[in-house]
Design a protein around this ligand. Structure first.
Ligand code: HEM
Length: 519
């Protein structure tokens, strides 16, 4: 090393940062010119020379992740993402290294066969990973490690089959019973009353997940309110996940700095909530039939294969991934049936006919309702038109990259399909894909129905699809039958549109309703 330079270098600490000799000559103007030059060089490289330069999309998105950070912060991503695909086609660049893909081919390449070809979940999922006893608590939902995920799914998969979840059905009957009596309580001695249905469906979803997982309703319906502000805290956490997940490097740096300065670790209220339920059970074991006991049984049978950390993680993820999405789907059902009263009547007729023919117990058994065509069509259509996630389900392209719609997507690109966009694809769901029309699931020709079933993306697809789908379908359809057997539901302000939040979750609000007893 040159002696003069060496001396200058060692002198740096005493005069840092303003008097580094090599930089002393730089005037303010020179710094400005250098910065502008570097800025232009970066923008040119990001937009024109990056491996994604052939993928169309907004200019700003191609040069900075702040574009999508801003859109998600405005809770507008599902809608903006749809417009972008209408403008640019099935593959759109939504970040310097991010691609939104939307088509049957995209589902197949990235998600259905993606696991086998080496696509893995991206870093965004790490934000939802809580810390437990000093380390990240990996779990089936958020892990980016395909081998660990496959092993977990082999161990846990049998707990989520239709047969396995049918053993939990009686918990749902208890919850439905409580929900109905609360609705009757709200109606009181009259025939009808206004009800905050958006909130009540969330209480039902939360309590029913508490019941199937922990044999314990969590007190939401009982109190008729958000117990300990959990729903609110969870909403904040999911928005944090959605917004800061758009700039994961900044999030990681910020969380790291915060920990360094304050010593505080990332708080996760829903995790603390689930952890306490698991610890209570460990302290007071019981023989209830619920998911937690089946997780504990798995642990007892093979403690190394399914550790106590896996038990805690599974219980946490069952609540965190599920309560909101169930509530969102139920809200979609009641909103669209209120907007389309003739469809509500059609569903009620199917229920009444089944009752008259002695085919429906009270409360209805799941085995009795799986053949109710219109009920299933309404549920599938609500799941299609209002999927509960509004961002792309992010995956990282494998070594060697991939071809999609004739475009090369380099390795390491973050790519995924957004349920909200693909579920409205006219090529898959027909020209009226933007309308709520349950009949499409019954009267379309069989080939089209198969195409719709294969590509409706609400539960994801492939190795990382929703493990809780069977439980979710039982939860949804059982309460829908009882709701419409007992009540008519109308919108208090029929001309008013609801508000949909477009973050990771597509939560709805502003849906004041009138509930009327049919008795
Ligand atoms: C309407 C109801 C539901 C919807 C729409 C839904 C949707 C989804 C979606 C889209 C994914 C994939 C996420 C991704 O790729 O990032 C997923 C995964 C998952 N869901 Fe659900 N879900 C529902 C209900 C449930 C229920 C009731 C449970 C369990 C109690 C559950 C547990 C899980 C788990 C554990 C995963 C991760 C699976 C894996 O990666 O192997 N979900 N869900």
């Amino acid at each position: 090393m040159n002696e003069k330079f060496q001396t200058d270098l060692f002198n740096v600490t005493s005069s840092f940062p303003y008097e580094i000799p090599a930089f002393k000559e730089f005037s303010g103007l020179s710094w400005t010119v250098a910065s502008v030059f570097l800025g232009i060089a970066y923008l040119t490289h990001a937009h024109f020379y990056h491996g994604l330069n052939k993928v169309p999309g907004p200019f700003l998105a191609s040069v900075t992740s702040l574009w999508k950070w801003y859109i998600v912060r405005q809770e507008q991503m599902p809608f903006r993402n749809t417009e972008l695909h209408e403008k640019y086609g099935p593959v759109v660049r939504i970040g310097p290294n991010h691609v939104s893909a939307s088509s049957a081919e995209s589902i197949m390449v990235v998600h259905r066969h993606g696991g086998k070809s080496g696509f893995t979940k991206s870093g965004i999922y790490g934000i939802l990973q809580p810390r437990y006893e000093g380390t990240d608590l990996h779990n089936v939902f958020s892990t980016q490690d395909a081998t660990y995920h496959a092993a977990l799914k082999r161990t846990m998969g049998s707990l989520y089959t239709t047969t396995a979840v049918s053993g939990l059905e009686y918990h749902l009957d208890d919850c439905t019973h409580l929900f109905m009596s609360k609705m009757n309580g709200i109606i009181g001695s009259g025939k009808s009353a206004p009800v905050d249905m958006a909130a009540w469906l969330q209480y039902y979803a939360f309590d029913s997940l508490g019941a199937v997982n922990f044999s314990k309703m969590l007190g939401f319906m009982d109190a008729g309110k958000d117990v300990d502000g959990i729903c609110h805290l969870d909403h904040e956490q999911m928005m944090y996940f959605a917004v800061w997940g758009q700039i994961t490097t900044v999030e990681r740096t910020w969380a790291g700095l915060k920990k360094l300065v304050t010593g505080a670790r990332k708080e996760n209220p829903l995790f603390n909530f689930a952890l306490k339920l698991v610890q209570d059970r460990q302290a007071n074991p019981n023989n209830e039939t619920d998911m937690l006991n089946t997780f504990l049984d798995l642990h007892k049978a093979a403690p190394e294969k399914f550790t106590i950390r896996d038990v805690i993680a599974a219980a946490y993820i069952n609540v965190v991934t599920a309560h909101d999405v169930v509530a969102i789907t139920l809200r979609a059902v009641v909103y669209y049936l209120a907007k389309n009263p003739e469809m509500q009547k059609k569903l009620q007729k199917e229920i009444t006919d089944a009752v008259e023919q002695g085919q429906l117990s009270n409360p209805a058994k799941y085995s009795e309702i799986t053949s109710m065509k219109y009920l299933l069509a309404v549920t599938n259509e609500a799941l299609r038109i209002h999927p509960s996630t509004g961002l792309i389900l992010e995956r990282r392209t494998p070594k060697g990259g991939t071809m999609l719609h004739g475009k090369f997507i380099p390795e390491g690109t973050i790519i995924g399909v957004n349920c909200w966009v693909v579920n409205r694809d006219k090529g898959i769901f027909g020209q009226d894909a933007d309308s709520f029309r349950p009949e499409r699931w019954i009267d379309s020709n069989p080939a089209d129905i198969t195409k719709m079933r294969t590509n409706v993306f609400t539960f994801g697809a492939g190795a990382r699809n929703c493990i809780g789908k069977n439980l979710a379908m039982m939860q949804l359809t059982k309460i829908i039958v009882e709701l419409y057997r007992n009540f008519d539901l109308t919108l208090q302000y029929p001309d008013k549109e609801w508000t949909v939040s477009g973050g990771w979750l597509t939560r709805q609000s502003d849906m004041e309703m009138i509930i009327t007893s049919r008795g």
